[in-house]
Design a protein around this ligand. Structure first.
Ligand code: ZN
Ligand code: ZN
Ligand code: FE
Length: 764
């Protein structure tokens, strides 16, 4: 143990310390215990409903040194949100002890997200003399699953999905030893006492334990498809370099073109596949282990058609490492275990029914998954991270702090749903839940709300429930039905921009906001989606400009068929050439859509930027049905990326007509598609920047906030940010939550919190 402190004559003092944050289940108490011993201090440490509490007694210099060291050497998986120190009476304690958990009030301790296996555990797993050699469920307080196996708080083994496996004596000794890395590691297990893996083919067990993993690795080498149970759900896995295997996966999964993610064996393999910079590398190797989208360095046929980027992640569960160690191909397609657009399977029964006929074999672990937690997806713009899907490794982490007040439940939007719960001002955002049109997603939505309310012991009667202004959203209906007296509606694009301000902790910063997305119900009852707003969290937002609305024919179908969106945008133009003829070749669906527009039948006025991207994609050749949401816009961005240079058309007004006229004229004269796509991106950036700058100058505002799904387009963001910066504006966008509708619940919560604090909010 450590140095003798110099000032042995110091006055003896006592301090009580309370720590809030992610401090339970991450080795915090043993850490405090060791640190107190190193500093020769007496006292105790315990978990309580707010986090960790400790009492220190000793000479003031040593207490001071302890308090300096405490946040600096904290365990890797912990996050300290708040640390309070107060004086207390010296009671003459002689030793430092670990005390049992106390619980007297509602828990506000934060639940840890799931963490990638740590280096120490990996070393043990690969050590033939270790008792956990080759064990797929190895973990410790620094690593392993948390949120995906917690069933209730406080976080203790009986309240996890490991409850069914009593500890053997060796594990129990580690679990009970304050100086052990597995002290109170709730999911601790070993081959003697813990769950195992089995390989099933046609419901028959082919192999168990390490042998099961070996057989699975061999099947992957042979080009077979294996369903693998992971941390937050099942993956469908195949060799990423085996074209036939990837083709079979696409066909069986009915997933025509949507990109597949890849798991690379190690960082070297990842670097061979994609181009990484410092930021993307940091995300790739971090404990959250998201899928990182980065520029592709090699062509992997069928893995991500028409994309210049590939999604790559590194192994995070011990099982993944074991699969690679057993000889699985170095790059595996690891796609969510589902059929087409269903939610990812996370129970064994679900997997068997959903994935039957897709997977040749099932690698099934016994440990149940408490809740579905998809892989997170991050992309990096320059050095700025952009979360596209916030889920495993991040949820249910705190993303923002609001002024403390009543608990708030924000139910988000219907697509890419994620809910948010505000407890004592901390905004916890749930895992990505998905599209509420699917009944399983609705179940997960309700379950997640129940779970989080229960875990944090929030009384339903005290809740304020925030929902989107859209009267027909499933989430709106749910909120109004369950909490008829406690609801508050927030407009979709106001929420998008509020999410940016909330995550940057800007409460009274006034901004010009650009909110661009597919659809959002506007304050006037029409569909909005290309909005220039002004305001702040304190004062709310006002609409100051928008793309002039066009009549979109056929409602939801306009989002699936770019030519249908094109009809809406083109109907108002004079002197259209024959678009059914060369070079544009629109299919017959276009004529039918046009006739709906002309007759004014089933048309809905909309100012959607997303649909404008679709219309442009259609004009440039994407005339088929989109096979996944956002595909035409991604295709268009990809075309533009392949062209060199992006010169804007000479347009100044935020309107679709002049832009489309230029595009059609360019098409007729045979200008390359990529150049036209580039010109469209540059022109849109230019007109947005002109419009935002005008409002900014009128209002003396120097900050522009960007949010909404359209800003997943990096070309647009780059070009817009550059031109706004030239005009002297500072540009902010989402980093911690998605710019798409996955960030809506944070914005809803932030605006509701202001409304509750008595600040009147502006209207439309
Ligand atoms: Zn570990
Ligand atoms: Zn054991
Ligand atoms: Fe949106």
């Amino acid at each position: 143990m450590a140095r003798r402190p110099s000032a042995e004559t110091d006055e003896v003092i006592a301090r009580e310390v309370t720590i809030r944050g992610v401090v339970q289940g991450v080795g915090f108490r043993p850490y405090v215990y060791r640190l107190a011993h190193e500093h020769h201090l007496a006292g105790w440490v315990c978990n309580d409903e707010r986090g960790v509490r400790l009492l220190l007694e000793g000479p003031s210099s040593r207490v001071g040194a302890f308090l300096d060291a405490l946040p600096q050497q904290a365990p890797p998986a912990s996050t300290i949100i708040k640390l309070d120190v107060c004086d207390t009476d010296v009671s003459g304690l002689v030793s430092f002890e670990l005390r049992a958990s106390t619980r007297s009030a509602a828990p506000t301790v934060r639940i840890s997200p799931d963490l990638a296996v740590c280096e120490e555990c990996l070393a043990e797993m690969r050590d033939p003399s270790d008792r956990r050699h080759g064990y797929a469920y190895i973990n410790c307080t620094n690593c392993g699953p948390r949120y995906s196996l917690i069933t209730a708080l406080p976080y203790d083994r009986p309240k996890t999905t490991m409850a069914a496996w009593p500890l053997c004596s060796a594990c129990a000794a580690e679990y009970g030893d304050p100086l052990d890395r597995r002290f109170h590691a709730q999911p601790v297990a070993c081959p003697t006492c813990g769950p195992t893996y089995r390989l099933l083919v046609d419901d028959d067990v082919q192999a168990e334990g390490p042998e099961a993993i070996k057989v699975a690795a061999a099947m992957l080498r042979e080009g077979r498809i294996v369903a693998v149970k992971g941390v937050g759900g099942y993956h469908l896995v195949s060799d990423a370099r085996n074209v036939a295997a990837v083709a079979a996966l696409r066909e069986r999964k009915y997933r025509k073109e949507k990109p597949f993610a890849i798991m690379a064996r190690d960082l070297d393999e990842a670097e061979a596949i994609v181009d990484l910079n410092a930021t993307s590398r940091k995300f790739l190797v971090g404990t959250a282990r998201p899928i990182v989208l980065a520029p592709a360095k090699m062509v992997l046929p069928l893995v991500a058609p028409d994309q210049s980027r590939l999604g790559v992640m590194l192994p995070y569960a011990p099982l993944h490492h074991l699969l690679f160690d057993a000889g699985a191909p170095a790059a595996l397609v690891m796609t969510s275990g589902n059929r087409s657009s269903e939610p990812i399977a996370f129970t064994d029964d679900e997997a068997r029914t959903q994935l039957e006929g897709i997977a040749d074999a099932f690698l099934v672990g016994e440990r149940p998954i408490a809740r579905r937690v998809d892989d997170s997806v991050v992309t990096v713009q320059g050095e700025r991270p952009m979360m596209l899907r916030r889920s495993r490794g991040y949820s249910p982490g705190v993303v923002a702090a609001l002024p403390p007040g009543r608990p708030i439940l924000a139910v988000g939007a219907d697509l890419k749903n994620a809910i948010a719960l505000v407890v004592e001002g901390d905004v916890v955002v749930s895992q990505h839940l998905g599209d509420l049109a699917d009944y399983r997603t609705r179940q997960a939505f309700e379950q997640t709300i129940d779970d989080l309310l229960e875990m944090y012991d929030v009384p339903r009667s005290e809740l304020v429930v925030v929902h989107d202004l859209h009267p027909e959203y499933v989430s709106t209906g749910w909120a109004r039905e369950r909490f008829p007296e406690q609801c508050l509606a927030v407009q979709h694009h106001h929420a998008h921009l509020a999410s940016v301000l909330a995550e940057h902790s800007l409460r009274d910063q006034r901004v010009v906001g650009l909110a661009l997305d597919g659809t959002g119900y506007g304050c006037d009852g029409t569909i909005w989606g290309c909005e220039i707003l002004v305001g702040s969290l304190e004062e709310g937002f006002q609409r100051r400009g928008h793309l002039p609305p066009v009549p979109l024919p056929g409602g939801d179908a306009a989002a699936r068929y770019p030519v249908q969106a094109a009809a809406g945008f083109l109907a108002g133009l004079s002197k259209l050439p024959d678009l059914r003829a060369a070079p544009i070749h629109f299919p017959e669906r276009f004529d039918r859509a046009m006739s709906l527009v002309e007759r004014g039948v089933r048309c809905f006025p909309s100012s959607s930027a997303g649909r404008m991207f679709d219309a442009v994609a259609a004009l440039l050749g994407f005339t088929r049905e989109a096979s996944f949401e956002g595909q035409p816009a991604m295709w268009l961005e990809h075309q533009a990326e392949q062209a060199s240079g992006m010169d804007a058309y000479p347009v100044e007004e935020l309107a679709s007509g002049p832009l489309l006229e230029h595009i059609i004229a360019d098409r007729i004269v045979g200008r390359p598609i990529g150049e036209i796509a580039g010109a469209f991106h540059a022109s849109l950036a230019r007109v947005l920047s002109i419009a935002a700058a005008r409002v900014g100058r009128e209002e003396s505002i120097a900050v522009v906030a960007l949010s909404g799904g359209v800003f997943q387009n990096r070309l647009l963001v780059d070009s817009l940010e550059a031109s706004l910066q030239r005009e002297g504006f500072h540009v902010l966008t989402n980093e911690a939550v998605p710019v798409n509708d996955g960030g809506i619940s944070l914005g809803q919560a932030a605006l509701a919190s202001t409304a509750l604090a008595g600040h009147p909010r502006g209207g439309s």
